[in-house]
Design a protein around this ligand. Sequence first.
Ligand SMILES: [Zn+2]
Ligand SMILES: [Zn+2]
Length: 272
Amino acid sequence: MAEAARGIAAQPKCLVCSQPADKRCGTCKSAFYCSGAHQKQHWGSHKATCKTTKPTIVLVSLSKLGYLDTMYARFFEPLRTKATLSEALSPDTAISAISLPSVAAVIVTDAGIAERKNRRVVDQLVQYALTGGTVIFGMHFANFIRAEDGERMWRDVWGLPWSTGSMRRTAFALNRQSTLVLERPKKCVEGLSASYQMKALHIGGIRQEEGVYVASIAEYEEGEEEEGVAPMMNFDEVPVAFGRYGEGFVGYMGDTVAEPQSAIALLAMCGF
Ligand SMILES: [Zn+2]
Ligand SMILES: [Zn+2]
């Protein structure tokens, strides 16, 4: 699927003809075009800057704890190889950072987002996702979100029936019918692990295609899986979710200890 139109504050314009642009360079994500033809035409002059321009990932950290960076270093390091990380510690900086056209994705890193005083940031994130952006909740969000706060924000502002579930370590398998696998470019998803273990805060209330990694029901119920029969998957709660939201996507990464396989999933959600 082609990259959708995006950017509400700064409506991107085609670098060739200045018409509204709804396509952009898949590598640097910073050069916008009205059409594939104009992108091709511009490649000769864009090539050099493309190599040196990294897209931006905005980290919305409204109640940041100092040890976020060390605790989630295994997430941040691979993200830094693909993007410039721009950290927003206040509602004002978050709102202006999200509005820039070169933003590839926004990661909400903690539970501060669900505080009522930060509602205008949530409104901006909803708009950003509706118009083609990607918003992912994870890291300390999964460690610290209070169930009622997260559920209220998802329900009242996002219109999502997501709920928070259990915190536990379990083995999960990749759902090959998931939106992440089917709708992100092949190069993003080919590195995803088929299965691994993680300790995660689960979320529920998802549609099946939103479940990226899913445990078998036997993982939960002392069950004996029958040989040769595909295990029944438990979609009641999942550790990693990613779904369509308007023209864009909303994701959730519940891994609380930053397994390397989760870092790959996070990169794929961001479009890398
Ligand atoms: Zn054009
Ligand atoms: Zn480029």
